[in-house]
Every structure is written in C-alpha cells, then in structure tokens.
Ligand binder design. Structure first.
Ligand code: SF4
Length: 493
C-alpha cells in the first residue's frame, strides 16, 4: 500500500510555522505537512483536512475543511490572545487550539500532548531548579501542554534523578568530549546519522585519525585548564576501526588529555559484527568503562530486513566477550516499532536480553527520518506495518524494571512511531552521564570528527553551537578550518 498524502495548513502570520508543522505532523506521522503563510493553490490530499489558521488582534481562529466526505468542515474554534502577550504564551495557546481541534477530528490523543520538542524533561528540570513542588510541575505539564498523567510523572521522575547525577559534574570549569567515528559495517534501514560503509574508507582511516589527533591537540591547548568529566566515542560505529587503529586513538587521548577526573568513558561498540576480543581488550586497556552492544531487536528476520547484517547469535557472543573482557557497565539499545514487529516480538527480545543481563537498556521508538531508507520503505509498504504502542513500551519498561533498572534519561525525536519517546534505563551506578548532558544541555561538549556538533553552554544558560562538515574527505582536507571554528566558539572560556 502506498501512502502518499499531503496536509496543507495556511496561516496568515509568519513565525509559528515550525510549531504548527511539528504538531500537525504528530497527529499525521505518515503525511507530508505543508505550512504556508501565503495564499496557496494547493490543497490537502483527498480524505485529509485543510487547516486554516487566522491571527486576529485578540484571538487566533482555526478551521478545517475537506476530510473524508467533507467531515472536517465545521465552524472555526478560537482562542484569545493579547498584543502584549509573550511569544511563548501565544505559541502555547496556538498549540492548544490545534491540539483540541485535531484530537476531536482524529479521535487521537498524543501521549505528550502539545509537546513536540526533543527535551521534555527540561521543563520539570527548570521548574525544580526554581523551587516548584511536584504537584505544581505535574499540573503545569498537564494543563499547559496536555501531557498525559503518566508521561508527566515519568518526566518529573527522570528530571529529579538527572538533577542529582548532574550535581556531581563541573558545570562551569568542566567539559565533556565527543569523538565521532562515522563508519559502519553496513547502513541500517532507519539510519539518519553521519555514517559511511567502512569498506569504502579502509585506506583513509589513517588520515581520518590524523585529523582527529590534530583536534585532540587543540582541545588540550584550549581546554587544558578545565576538568574533563566524560568522554563519549560514538558514530557511526567506533569498533569498525581495527584494534590497532583504536589503540592509536585511545593512546593519543590518554597521552594528550588529563583524564584524572574522568567520571565516564564510553565507546559505543554498537554493531555486533564489528566487535572482537582484541578490540575489547584495547578498550579495556585504555580505561573505557562503559560500552554499548546494540541488538535493536533479537528477531533475526527483522535484523535482516533492517540491513544490520549480523545475527542474534553474534549479539549474544559479543555481549559474552565484553563481560569476559571485564566490562561491568554494558548498555544495550533497542528499537520499538520496527517493520513488521508485534508485541510478541518485543516480548521475546526482552526475554533474550534479560538472559544476558545488561547494566543499562536504552529503549528507542523508531523515528522516521526523511533521509533514511526507511522513508522509502514506508512509501512502498505503508506505515501500518510499524507498530509501537503503549503495550510494547510497557513490555520494555517492565523488562527493565525486572532487571533492576530505573529510567534516568529521556528524549524524543521528530516523527517517532506512536509519538512516544526514547528512555534510558539503568541499574544504580550505571547511569550514562554523557547521555544526560546531551539532553539537559548543562555543560559544554567539545565534539570532534566529521559531522560532529560542539556546544558551548554559557553560565547564563545561553547555548552556541558549531558543526564540522559531514563529508569525510572535506573534513580531512579542511581540518584546520574545523579547528578554527571551534577556537572561535570556545574563545575566552
Ligand atoms: S549502526 Fe547506527 S550509525 Fe551505523 S548505520 Fe546503523 S543506525 Fe546508522
């Protein structure tokens, strides 16, 4: 079944297009949504409503037209606004108006209500920092954003845990380091990261490492007086590098940076088809204390379909090798809502994972990225083959609980299957600090490698970013320019 559909939204005032787009898209994840501030000849595909939003002096009005059999036609709804109202208040009211209208029209309720941003825990976190009580936070989340009771409580629980963990870090005189290795054994169906097949780059890994080494020297020079709290080597799949290449990189880090205060050193081993005993030995030797072995699913048919080209048995073997190598903080990533998977498949995956007994589990809801091959797959097979439901989320959450884990970080992505969230669960003492930092944006992260994004967090909460080019050849060629960009971002800290 091909699901080719468009929803057109016209709005007579510029500035809210992004907010409107993300909320309408949350109700219609399989459709393209076009928000236009201009008179448009275009209209929504048959069966889908046209939305019209009108800003007046003291109100915003919304009307729907079209829909299946013209069912969407009804009188306009409105919400009051005032000229001197802050933008954020107008935005909240506008989103409430759209939400109520589309919830009535579709019969759907979104678990996170009008919240479409990727960091819902920032709301309870900020309120906690300002001394709000649990009750005030929950009421605010439910009344302002229409977030469900369960999701509001989850966000609050996580924000409290994060706050305790982050209080141990050096916000002002510290930083974290990210190093990206943008190579993978093959490309997964749903991938939207900077990742290139390793076979095509084997001969140039030396040049890539050389560029990274220049960046590491720059970090030592620029941030030598700062406390390095966490390191995260991700990608891509860092373990696509050979053992000697990993050794070269880790040795450079150890020789160049002061690791005496390091609280966490993660390497995302990720794909089971890239993990060997030799590589694990190198990681251990250089002080890596947290790794990921990511199955995504323990159903072979799905692994084949999503292009991971490794077996369930390889995942189990990689996990066993990691334990044998002495790793006592191993994370596993799962994705719910993968093509063709039902609740029974998720139950089976969780059972298999429980047998292995990881220390943390990150449960992702499948996100449909335009740039991924999954987008094309949906065009051909229909979105109805993707099921992520309250039930599957619950199966995963209960499995984590049985393994003695609690939720400790949470984020959302655009176009997530079922409009749910990604949740990191971990046993006490195995929380991934870097993951929390990425979400709560409390500390500067210096990011090295092609496609990486550095983020400077100022003491007043302001955030500035700078990125490196995604193209590996360009990154190597323009490494001095990449460093110069970072130098400017991090100046006078
Ligand atoms: S392992 Fe991760 S980065 Fe690599 S192709 Fe798959 S999704 Fe992309």
């Amino acid at each position: 079944m091909k699901e080719d559909s468009l929803i057109v939204v016209t709005v007579n005032k510029a500035g809210f297009e992004y907010d409107i787009h993300s909320l309408v898209k949350a109700f219609y994840p399989a459709c393209d949504v076009k928000v236009t501030a201009e008179e448009s000849e275009e209209s929504s595909s048959p069966g889908l409503p046209d939305l019209n939003i009108m800003f007046e002096k003291e109100a915003v009005l919304i009307s729907l037209a079209g829909g299946e059999g013209g069912t969407a036609s009804f009188a306009a709804r409105k919400v009051e606004i005032a000229e001197d109202m802050p933008r954020v208040e107008i935005k909240n009211r506008l989103k409430q108006l759209i939400y109520v209208t589309l919830a009535e029209h579709t019969g759907k309720h979104l678990p996170w209500g009008t919240l479409t941003g990727i960091r819902p825990t920032k709301i309870p976190m900020t309120m906690l920092e300002n001394g709000a009580s649990d009750k005030e936070i929950l009421t605010y989340m439910q009344e302002t954003y229409f977030a469900g009771e369960e999701k509001s409580a989850l966000a609050l629980e996580i924000a409290k845990r994060e706050k305790t963990l982050l209080d141990t870090l050096h916000y002002e005189d510290g930083y974290s380091l990210y190093i990206g290795i943008p190579f993978c054994p093959t490309t997964c169906l749903y991938c939207s990261f900077t990742s290139y097949p390793i076979v095509s780059w084997k001969k140039r890994i030396g040049e890539y490492l050389e560029a990274l080494e220049k960046e590491i020297d720059f970090v030592a020079e620029c941030y030598g007086d700062k406390v390095l709290d966490t390191i995260y080597i991700g990608g891509g799949t860092p373990t696509t590098l050979e053992a000697e290449e990993l050794e070269r990189l880790l040795c450079k880090i150890r020789k160049t940076l002061d690791l005496s205060n390091l609280k966490e050193f993660t390497v995302e081993a990720g794909r089971a088809d890239s993990i060997t005993a030799d590589k694990l030995k190198v990681l251990k030797k250089y002080g890596v204390n947290r790794i990921s072995v990511n199955p995504q699913t323990m159903k072979q048919q799905t692994l084949d379909l999503i292009g991971r080209r490794h077996t369930v048995e390889q995942v189990k073997e990689a996990f066993r090798m990691a334990r044998e190598a002495g790793f006592n903080n191993i994370n596993m990533d799962l994705i719910l809502g993968l093509p063709g998977e039902e609740a029974a498949d998720v139950r089976n995956t969780i059972t298999e994972i429980e047998k292995l007994g990881p220390d943390s589990l990150t449960v992702h809801s499948l996100a449909i990225k335009r740039a991924s091959k999954l987008s094309q797959w949906i065009q051909e097979n229909g979105i109805s083959a993707l099921h992520n439901t309250d039930e599957t989320m619950q199966i995963a959450g209960e499995g984590a609980e049985r393994m003695g884990m609690v939720p400790y970080y949470l984020y959302r992505q655009k176009n997530m299957s079922g409009n749910f969230e990604n949740v990191g669960y971990a046993k006490e003492g195995c929380f991934g600090l870097y993951n929390i930092l990425i979400m709560e944006e409390k500390q500067t992260i210096v990011a090295l490698g092609a496609g990486s994004i550095s983020k400077r967090v100022y003491t007043d909460g302001r955030i500035e970013r700078c990125d490196s080019v995604k193209d590996v050849s360009l990154y190597i060629e323009k490494i001095d320019e990449m460093i110069e960009r970072k130098k400017q971002l991090l100046a006078d800290c």
